[in-house]
Ligand binder design. Structure first.
Ligand SMILES: NC(=O)c1ccc[n+]([C@@H]2O[C@H](COP(=O)([O-])OP(=O)(O)OC[C@H]3O[C@@H](n4cnc5c(N)ncnc54)[C@H](O)[C@@H]3O)[C@@H](O)[C@H]2O)c1
Length: 440
């Protein structure tokens, strides 16, 4: 394909060189003349392993060149990749000045171009930026419509400086956001031959992936360092701990616990997070990440509470009281906390949880806890789901017992009835107009 690259920085230089090395005809543009000269002289404008060699080879083969003319770059290509910087402003927000300028310039050039041109954002931008900021500029400057007259998409970059070339050829994934199917296919063709999972999705989702990735990487580093700081003081080799931790690809390095939803609870997580924090405190070690875990958890309960309050409804039906389905264990269930908050506000509550109800009728620790620990809540526990559905004006799905889907479908006829889902229980009910997920 004929490709133009806008911005000869870390991402632009690597993309330009590797795309040319993969057989595409690449022309790179940058307003800084010395970067243009560098490429045309077959040299790398940045220090990056193997980049010099690839630029030397591809420029001598005539596959890669650079220009200081936007018009030339757009005219000599069918697809433009925007790789300009998106630096931080003082308040932490992104400065999209370079992206805006670049979109305006490309738009003004594709205005007079007869053939279909595709514009792809490779710069990192917060979700919504492509559709709400970049696209209107391109459409206004070109007088053309995305998806019809030109292709528009994004393709976040996942390379790491110092191993960027290796990462280009061995990416963890190829993520493409596209305005339409044709554009998705065009962007995908750039990477033919590279073996990696390829995901073509909505532009906003592709933008979001990049932020979830980088926030997660930062989180992992901060987490591992807090573990290390505490265990060093305990005389324990933190690398030995984390080596074993990383061997667990079922619960630790896995999808487990990574789907947005409700607060954690139960007999272990809250207790153990508190305990590790207390060890750190004893040793005067600051653990801002561990400290924030409990706060983040409380915020998620408050979020559910606010959603119920904002509905203005006062008769609430809760499905689930235990912290997860398949157990009657109520210890530190966030649903008990939520129920308490609602009851305190004078909200009338009916709760259906067959496991907890059964436990309340059986002798044992749970019955004792239900009767003595949460007597005000146990009054609201009902045996049959219909007692909830016949009564409430708003429903809260608190844990993932699949039975709740059928109960809703069979007993709540009005599609507008508000349902707040804390666990994303099933697609079957997501199209109801009253449906509202806690964070999706
Ligand atoms: N550096 C990385 O490792 C990395 C990895 C993934 C994603 N990203 C993202 O990619 C984007 C680019 O990052 P970078 O590190 O390559 O930036 P960079 O600052 O190294 O390069 C940006 C280049 O864009 C040029 N430029 C500015 N305005 C321009 C315009 N109107 N038209 C064309 N070129 C213009 C600049 O002169 C510069 O050469 C950023 O959004 C960044 O967050 C960077």
């Amino acid at each position: 394909m004929k490709v133009s690259i806008f911005g000869i920085g870390y991402v632009g230089a690597v993309s330009a060189a590797c795309l040319a090395d993969s057989g595409h005809d690449v022309i790179a543009y940058d307003p800084i003349q010395v970067k243009v000269d560098c490429i045309n002289e077959g040299r790398s404008p940045i220090i990056e392993k193997d980049l010099d060699k690839i630029i030397k080879k591809t420029t001598s083969e005539g596959k890669l060149s650079a220009t200081n003319s936007i018009k030339e770059a757009v005219e000599k290509s069918e697809i433009s990749l925007i790789c300009v910087g998106t630096p931080s402003r003082e308040d932490g927000s992104l400065d999209l000045g370079y992206v805006k300028q670049c979109c305006k310039e490309i738009g003004e050039t594709i205005k007079d171009k007869d053939s279909f041109h595709t514009v792809v954002l490779r710069s990192t931008m917060v979700p919504g930026s492509a559709m709400n900021i970049a696209l209107p500029i391109l459409e206004e400057a070109s007088g053309k419509k995305a998806g019809i007259d030109f292709g528009f998409g994004n393709n976040p970059e996942f390379l790491r400086e110092s191993t960027a070339i290796y990462d280009y050829y061995n990416p963890p994934k190829i993520v493409i956001g596209a305005s339409d199917e044709k554009t998705g296919k065009i962007i995908s063709d750039l990477y033919k031959g590279i073996e990696a999972p390829e995901i073509i999705t909505d532009i906003g989702v592709a933008e979001g992936v990049k932020y979830a990735d980088n926030a997660w990487h930062a989180m992992k580093i901060g987490f591992a360092n807090e573990i290390g700081n505490i265990f060093k003081d305990c005389g324990i080799d933190s690398h030995k701990v984390m080596n074993i931790f990383c061997m667990d690809t079922k619960l630790n390095i896995s999808r487990a616990y990574l789907m947005p939803g409700f607060a954690f609870g139960g007999s272990c997580l809250p207790k153990d997070v508190r305990a590790i924090r207390s060890v750190a405190k004893e040793k005067s070690i600051n653990t801002p990440i561990f400290d924030a875990l409990m706060q983040a958890n409380e915020e998620q309960i408050k979020r559910a509470y606010n959603m119920i309050k904002e509905s203005g409804k006062t008769k609430v039906g809760m499905f689930g009281l235990a912290f997860k389905s398949g157990t009657d264990d109520l210890r530190e269930s966030p649903l008990v906390t939520l129920a308490n908050m609602l009851i305190k506000d004078g909200i009338e509550l009916k709760i259906y949880d067959k496991n907890v109800y059964a436990a309340s009728k059986m002798d044992g620790a749970n019955r004792h806890y239900i009767e003595n620990g949460i007597p005000h809540i146990s009054k609201n526990l009902v045996e049959k789901p219909k007692e909830v559905t016949d009564y409430a004006e708003i429903f809260v799905i608190g844990n993932g017992d699949k039975e709740f889907v059928n109960i809703i479908q069979e007993n709540i006829a009005n599609d507008d009835t508000p349902i707040i889902d804390l666990v994303r229980i099933g697609k079957e009910i997501e199209n109801r107009s009253g449906y509202n997920g806690i964070c999706w």
